[in-house]
Design a protein around this ligand. Structure first.
Ligand code: SAM
Length: 247
């Protein structure tokens, strides 16, 4: 939380209601997104400093907020011709999945509330992604694939051709200049995403790892700390999420 927000909170304290349903709803109505303001700054930096050749990849698009911020920044910096890929399986990640995985009602519904199934919710988010992107980036649609990142990288390696969510064919493969990793934040998956990225990342290419700020508890935080010691990677900034450059 910024100093300004802390000060505001001290001056104007208020009580809040802890309610998972309402928290999730705030991030979903109208297909809103989950994008830290510091990431927008880091995305802008990355898009301005990424090698001119190579493609950009986003892992985890949700309703398209970060996707459309990226395409906006590409437009702003006259780099809209850069090939831009994104992948998302549009899966639901409940707040209590780890401890309630045996509770079938919880696992099938939006925070366990039986009037909204996870299936209907994730379909809505995917449709929101399509609608948001058709509105804000209709003239330069990204190659958006309904795939988990592991499957995406497998297809990338094999240089396959895949239909994207807009019904167009996308040819995969080649070098990457910048990758925004915001999919599954477990240590194991985030690490696989980084390792797969590094196989294709050009020298000077960048990786922004979401939810890696020191104060979070995700596996991506542990990963970011380890990456600081990896040879061939440099830390560009912590804002508060980690942005790395390949040497
Ligand atoms: C935090 S949201 C992404 C938010 C989005 N970048 C934004 O700014 O609004 C995480 C997304 O990652 C997706 N996801 C989960 N596991 C994934 C995986 N293995 N590969 C790619 N995406 C994944 C989820 O479906 C979800 O839409």
């Amino acid at each position: 939380m910024s100093l300004y927000r802390k000060l505001l909170l001290r001056l104007y304290p208020y009580k809040s209601l802890q309610d998972d349903y309402v928290t999730r709803l705030q991030g979903s109505i109208g297909g809103a997104g989950m994008l830290h303001p510091g990431n927008v700054y880091a995305l802008d930096y990355a898009i301005r400093h990424a090698p001119a050749e190579g493609a950009i990849l986003e892992i985890g698009s949700f309703a398209g907020l970060s996707t459309n911020v990226i395409t906006w920044l590409l437009r702003k910096h006259q780099r809209l011709s850069t090939p831009f890929f994104c992948c998302d399986p549009w899966v639901y990640d409940g707040y209590h999945d780890k401890v309630r995985h045996d509770d079938a009602i919880y696992m099938q519904h939006f925070e366990g509330c039986e009037h909204v199934t996870r299936e209907v919710y994730t379909h809505f988010i995917r449709e929101s992604f399509i609608r948001n992107t058709l509105l804000f980036t209709h003239d330069a649609l990204p190659h958006a694939l309904h795939l988990e990142s592991d499957t995406f990288f497998d297809a990338w390696k094999k240089e396959e051709t895949h239909a994207d969510v807009f019904g167009r064919q996308a040819s995969l493969g080649g070098r990457l200049s910048f990758v925004y990793i915001d999919g599954d934040h477990s240590y194991e998956q985030a690490r696989r995403d980084v390792e797969n990225t590094l196989e294709y990342l050009l020298p000077g290419g960048l990786i922004l790892l979401d939810d890696s700020a020191d104060y979070w508890k995700y596996g991506s935080v542990r990963l970011a700390r380890e990456m600081r010691r990896w040879k061939g990677l440099g830390l560009v900034m912590k804002n508060p999420n980690y942005l790395f450059v390949k040497g």
